[in-house]
Design a protein around this ligand. Structure first.
Ligand code: DC
Length: 202
């Protein structure tokens, strides 16, 4: 059992880093944002947030509408409700205990979900760079977005995610900070793999 916790604000590159680290070491990967997005999507469909979180199914994570800014905002709002977070803890913790090793990425993995994780990374980049990357990603998928709209979405979510009482976004005290503002993907992946290898390979 070996757990890597990767946290950081929206669109900092956690998803790409997590997938690449997991593939490199043969670990399983869980994007925990997806479970909050799936909850948010069901709330947009009219359900109560706590009831939605308590009855979340694996197939909810496969919905094809989870990567929109509307769902992201709904996810961030649901994520501020302590009962929603509580309902989603067990799923995340059991994933983290997988025998083959696990990478979880989110906002509170190193601080709340896996405080005992062997490696904790906190990934950041400037607001403008994160917004540009997310803009290119969403517009590339054909979504009708503007640079300004994406920047505002990230700022509003980050502020809500940082300032909430329940499991706010913040680096764990023992997290390795990785600022990807000046790095391309390959450089950031190399830094992350090196940080994990230093512990995993002793
Ligand atoms: O990582 P993401 O952008 O897909 O996450 C969507 C929202 O879900 C994010 O704004 C806050 C919430 N979230 C959370 O509170 N805790 C996590 N571990 C992951 C996501």
């Amino acid at each position: 059992m070996f757990t890597v916790a990767i946290d950081g604000p929206a669109a900092a590159g956690k998803g790409t880093l997590s997938k690449r680290v997991a593939a490199h070491f043969g670990f399983a990967h869980l994007d925990t944002g997806l479970i909050y997005r799936a909850t948010g999507a069901r709330v947009l469909g009219g359900e109560d947030p706590v009831a939605a979180a308590r009855t979340l199914r694996v197939e909810d994570l496969a919905r094809d509408d989870l990567r929109t800014t509307e769902v992201a905002q709904a996810a961030s709002k649901c994520a501020a409700i302590p009962e929603v977070r509580a309902a989603l803890v067990e799923f995340q913790c059991s994933f983290a205990r997988r025998e083959e090793g696990a990478v979880l990425d989110g906002r509170d993995i190193g601080t709340v979900i896996c405080p005992e994780a062997e490696v904790k990374l906190f990934v950041t980049a400037s607001d403008e760079i994160r917004a540009e990357r997310r803009y290119l990603e969403l517009s590339g998928k054909g979504q009708d977005v503007t640079r300004q709209g994406v920047l505002e979405d990230l700022r509003v979510r980050d502020q809500r995610d940082r300032e909430r009482e329940a499991a706010p976004l913040k680096p764990a005290e023992d997290a390795v900070l990785i600022d990807t503002s000046e790095m391309d993907i390959e450089a950031a992946v190399a830094v992350a793999i090196k940080a994990v290898a230093a512990v995993f390979e002793g």
